[in-house]
Design a protein around this ligand. Structure first.
Ligand code: TNX
Length: 537
């Protein structure tokens, strides 16, 4: 409930038409085409909102927004051209020729029209919201304009690692809110790792009883900037299946798909702590990892393990409607497999070349299972080693080469190379001035200038680049504020890499003109962020 006092302050505040001289009118990601026109539309409590389908989820999102930000409480009505007032009309008519996820936004003094189908309508609404003043007010002046817009890439992703540090459902939703505001459409949820298993699996209760908890918490840095320290308090957390369903639904209301990641065969020490029989030597004592890094204890490619992972993935696929299921594949040291009699016999029996062949066999078997359920796998670029699974999509993280090789083999690719500034767990300024982080200095200017289509690929091969993603690993990110600080504003640069046509990208305009306006909005929403210097460092 908004108090009377607050409401009168709202009405009295003077409002400015935003970004007069900015060719992109403050919009991030910069649209395909923006044509300014004279005049303005005044959105007030008298304005009428109409839609082809008032129950459409993008329409519902918009009316919720107006209620929460403008204390606007009128119901959305169906189309009536004779409403006799200023109108905002949300429609899918006339959008036949728009590319997927595209929209048209037309603002005249009498009417705002947002035209788009599905996600397109939602993105048109996001743009409209960005044209409104950041502060809460009962009226808003919108500059007249004609915008036509659609994304450069269909996959626009952001990853969150909830294993090294755990984040609440409430915060995950806040993260998703940010993605939606910037037209990102795939939330990659890194749910299992050596340091913690974070998703409830009914069939395997020890995953949450044991694998979701570690005995102590690291508070130092393994990259030698400070010695590693422990605070001796246990650390843990997981999401129940109901919570997962809730997040998936919340994301879907914002046209965001949630890609779950279940790591295999590596990054699995937490699972082995719960179920040692999935290792190659069950007699050993496995603990949920308490330090960061890469661990030798990985799943054994045994029938027990395959049965376990299939049952886990069955529950995962019931929870996540995503076409893509991420099965990890990265950083799986082969030491244990090399020394295991069982693995060496299996390599002989299957006529494989070596342990890399065995990793490929592992991934291919899991792919077959996932495909049999009508889904597809994504794996980190290590899945190229020993031969790609036939239908796999590759996430290229160790530079672009993995992505280039995969595209040349006619496989789909998502680019997420650390070398492109997409590892946003790295510092975004000078290491001696920034909070503790892993890796080097990856300023906002670097991620902004990343182009996901390598020149080494032909135009035909470039079609396999589905899109781009930034990753937030959380070894040194224990708090929500620090998550926000690390992703902001680099996530906004990512959105422009993923959405905006190359020719429209303009770092100076992004950094100096548009970002400051978005900081005002982020302030209002209560997000933490880092202000880059004029030159983007
Ligand atoms: C590599 S990227 C990892 C993660 C770490 C990250 C730290 C990838 C597939 N694996 O396990 O958290 O580096 O930047």
């Amino acid at each position: 409930k908004i108090s009377l006092l607050f409401f009168s302050v709202l009405i009295c505040s003077t409002l400015v038409v935003k970004a007069q001289d900015d060719p992109n009118m403050g919009i991030i990601p910069a649209p395909v085409s923006v044509k300014k026109m004279p005049g303005e539309f005044v959105l007030s409590q008298q304005t009428i909102i109409q839609a082809d389908t008032p129950s459409n989820k993008a329409v519902v999102f918009f009316s919720d927004y107006l209620r929460d930000n403008m204390a606007y409480n009128k119901q959305v009505g169906i189309r009536n051209a004779n409403a006799g007032s200023t109108v905002i009309y949300l429609t899918s008519t006339g959008t036949e020729n728009l590319p997927a996820e595209g929209y048209r936004l037309t603002i005249t003094p009498k009417q705002v029209t947002v035209a788009g189908k599905g996600a397109g309508l939602f993105y048109g609404i996001q743009t409209l919201i960005q044209l409104m003043p950041a502060e809460r007010a009962a009226t808003a002046k919108l500059p007249c304009v004609q915008i036509e817009d659609y994304p450069r890439f269909g996959y626009r992703g952001l990853m969150l690692d909830v294993c090294r540090h755990f984040f609440s459902v409430e915060f995950v939703k806040k993260y998703i809110d940010l993605m939606a505001a910037y037209k990102l459409n795939n939330f990659h949820w890194h749910l299992t790792d050596d340091q913690g298993w974070r998703i409830e699996i009914k069939k395997y209760p020890k995953l949450t009883q044991i694998a979701s908890q570690r005995a102590q918490t690291v508070i130092g840095n393994y990259h030698d900037r400070t010695p590693q320290q422990y605070d001796n308090t246990p650390y843990g957390g997981y999401y129940t299946q109901d919570q997962i369903r809730d997040v998936v639904k919340y994301a879907a209301a914002r046209y965001i798909n949630v890609v779950p990641e279940i790591e295999m065969p590596g990054h699995s020490q937490a699972a082995l702590a719960a179920y040692p029989e999935l290792s190659c030597d069950p007699s050993l004592d496995y603990k949920v990892a308490e330090t960061w890094g890469v661990f030798n204890n990985i799943y054994c490619p045994s029938e027990k393990t395959f049965a376990f992972l299939q049952e886990v993935l069955t529950e995962v696929m019931d929870l996540f409607p995503s076409k893509y299921i991420h099965i990890g594949g990265d950083e799986a040291p082969k030491t244990v497999w090399k020394n295991s009699k069982f693995c060496q016999n299996l390599i002989k029996k299957l006529k494989l070349k070596d342990e890399h062949g065995l990793q490929s066999y592992f991934i291919q078997r899991m792919e077959k299972f996932v495909n049999s359920k009508g889904r597809s796998i994504i794996g980190w670029d290590e899945i190229l080693e020993g031969g790609l699974a036939p239908n796999a999509t590759v996430m290229s993280w160790r530079g672009e080469q993995g992505g280039i090789d995969a595209a040349r083999q006619n496989h789909d690719v998502i680019m997420t190379p650390g070398s492109g500034g997409l590892y946003i767990d790295h510092s975004q300024g000078r290491l001696d001035e920034e909070p503790l982080s892993i890796g080097g200095n990856e300023p906002v200017s670097k991620i902004y200038s990343y182009n996901p289509t390598p020149a080494a690929l032909t135009t035909e091969q470039q079609k396999h680049i589905l899109g781009v993603q930034a990753n937030l690993w959380t070894e040194y990110i224990p708090t929500e504020n620090k998550v926000e600080y690390m992703i902001l504003p680099r996530m906004l640069a990512l959105s422009e890499v993923a959405w905006t046509p190359l020719a429209n990208k303009d770092f100076k305009n992004f950094n100096e003109t548009r970002l400051p306006e978005h900081f005002a909005w982020l302030d209002k929403e209560g997000y933490d962020y880092r202000v880059p210097a004029a030159f983007g460092t």
